[in-house]
Ligand binder design. Sequence first.
Ligand code: ZN
Ligand code: ZN
Length: 141
Amino acid sequence: MAAKQTPLSAAANAEILRQRRNKAAQEQQSYRQRALRMFPHVCASCAREFSGKRLKELTVHHKDCDHTNNAPDGSNWELLCLYCHDHEHEKHKLVDYHGGARPEDDEPAPSTFSPFEGLDDLLKDFPGTDESSDDVDAATK
Ligand SMILES: [Zn+2]
Ligand SMILES: [Zn+2]
């Protein structure tokens, strides 16, 4: 309980920034925590059980694949281990690509599309990408 004793040090500022950057990640974490409280720590697909350190291998799958659909009753969640989760999404992708038919061999996806093409040019237009510097000032005053 040593709040308000010292002014914010550089380290404290860095910590605040770090926490802000983690906020999005934490929001993602929070539905995971809720799901983990709600369901047994067992993969819904392969039925392996996870505990302790390995619990992080158990992930929350959104049944309708909408990550913003976090129904409070957990009805859109399914706990899947990393492997089954990967597999689950792979299945959906293949259904999309191939109209429901799964190909015999795993062809690599064509890599003609580059989502980051031109990103360098875009970033050049924004030299002040350190968007948090204003926030630091406000926090120290
Ligand atoms: Zn599994
Ligand atoms: Zn998923």
